[in-house]
Ligand binder design. Structure first.
Ligand code: NAD
Ligand code: TYD
Length: 352
């Protein structure tokens, strides 16, 4: 049985965070999990209905950009570890509003680092600050090659630039203050509970409602897709076995051109919705390209596989089918998220 630990998970009401909270709170009943989340448009406590009653789980609503609040939370909570996922995470939003990305992703991370450093002091035995990052910090690949942990950073969107800055700060705190840190950089995730502004849930939802599927540019950009539960498993392994100060790349070895992925989604959706073959493809609509659209991401995760024994568990079609089944079976979740009803609920619930 694992020893007792109090872990702060930030951004636990979001897409990946909710899977990490579920993984840790169920697998490690001895760990006390505190989920700190601001509940932005992307944070939704409905993502956690199956774990919120657990004795070892609690939720705190708060903003990591609020330094005094973060300091007070650390002072009173005696955290042994932090798994930091809270972020503004959508590239398109970062193009229209970069400032918020700088605030949350850079200043918010800095506040957490300072609070951990100040409360842990010299006594960092068994302590860990685990920063969750993205492969987008490495920039954009051409047709060949892979991102490895030593690939120079070359972020090209305000989102990836803000994540790159936060990665640098986390590493700087390791070298300068001996803060025990580890970082992982993951490729695109897919699965249940993802906000439908990201490609896969957006396409599923639009097909269901017979709405156009917006394909940026020619649809030739390539992403490396990983099932979100495989990311949560990797985080579990890195949290427990990762070497301090190290970076681990996590990826699915599963590259898809956007247009090919959309065709596959259309095919599976036609069969699930009992539509004639080819019906959903008629919804495809090529639209103006994203500014500075990164061409290709592809991760080499051999360090994580060879040193810590992780590997992805699912074939893509199986994962996509599970994902589609989840969205179709959880209509109420999707309707709440798209209508914004859940946000009104939180305003009434928390912001009196
Ligand atoms: P998400 O947008 O679904 O969730 C982010 C969560 O952070 C939300 O619950 C939101 O309410 C919370 N949050 C935002 N600002 C906050 C603030 N100021 N204070 C406290 N909480 C705040 O994002 P996600 O897709 O689950 O990504 C989680 C992390 O993983 C991010 O750090 C992201 O950069 C990283 N990541 C994501 C992917 C991906 O494919 N989605 C891939 C690699 C890495
Ligand atoms: P997204 O899910 O936003 O993730 P990221 O930009 O972080 O990789 O987008 C995945 C890919 O899909 C990306 O190349 C942009 C493209 N895309 C579209 O073509 N149409 C859309 O409506 C969206 C949201 C994304």
């Amino acid at each position: 049985m694992s020893s007792e630990k109090h872990i702060l998970i930030t951004g636990g009401a979001g897409f990946i965070g909710s899977h990490v909270v579920r993984e840790f709170s169920i697998k490690y009943p001895n760990y006390k999990i505190t989920n700190l989340d601001k509940l932005t448009y992307a944070g939704n406590l409905e993502n956690l209905v199956d774990v919120e009653a657990g004795d070892n789980y609690s939720f705190v609503k708060g903003d990591i950009v609020d330094e005094a609040f973060v300091d007070e939370l650390f002072t009173k909570s005696d955290f042994d570890a932090v798994i930091h996922l809270a972020a503004e995470s959508h590239v398109d939003r970062s193009i229209t509003n970069p400032n918020e990305f700088v605030e949350t992703n850079i200043v918010g991370t800095l506040n957490l680092l300072n609070a951990a450093k100040n409360t842990w002091g010299e006594n960092t035995d068994g302590k860990l600050f685990y920063h969750i990052s993205t492969d987008e910090v490495y920039g954009s690949l051409g047709e060949t090659g892979y991102f490895v942990e030593t690939t120079p950073y070359d972020p090209r969107s305000p989102y990836s630039a803000s994540k790159a800055a936060s990665d640098h700060l986390v590493r700087a705190y390791f070298h300068t203050y001996n803060l025990p840190i580890v970082i992982s950089n993951c490729s695109n995730n897919y699965g249940s509970h993802q906000f439908p502004e990201k490609l896969i849930p957006l396409v599923i939802n639009n097909i269901k409602h017979n709405k156009e599927i917006p394909v940026y540019g020619k649809g030739e950009n390539v992403r490396d897709w990983l099932f979100v539960q495989d990311h949560a498993t990797a985080i579990d392994i890195i949290f427990h076995e990762g070497k301090l100060g190290e970076t681990y790349n996590i990826g699915g070895s599963n590259e898809w051109k956007n247009i090919d992925l959309i065709h596959l989604l259309c095919k599976i959706m036609d069969s699930k919705l009992k539509r004639a073959e080819g019906e959903s493809e008629k919804l495809i609509s090529f639209v103006k390209d994203r500014a500075g659209h990164d061409m290709r991401y592809a991760i080499d995760s051999s360090k994580l596989q060879n040193e810590l024994g992780w590997k992805p568990s699912l074939q893509f079609e199986e994962g996509l089918t599970k994902t589609i089944d989840w969205y179709l079976a959880n209509e109420a979740w999707m309707d709440n998220v798209t209508s914004g009803d859940y946000q009104k609920y939180y305003e009434n619930q928390y912001d009196k």
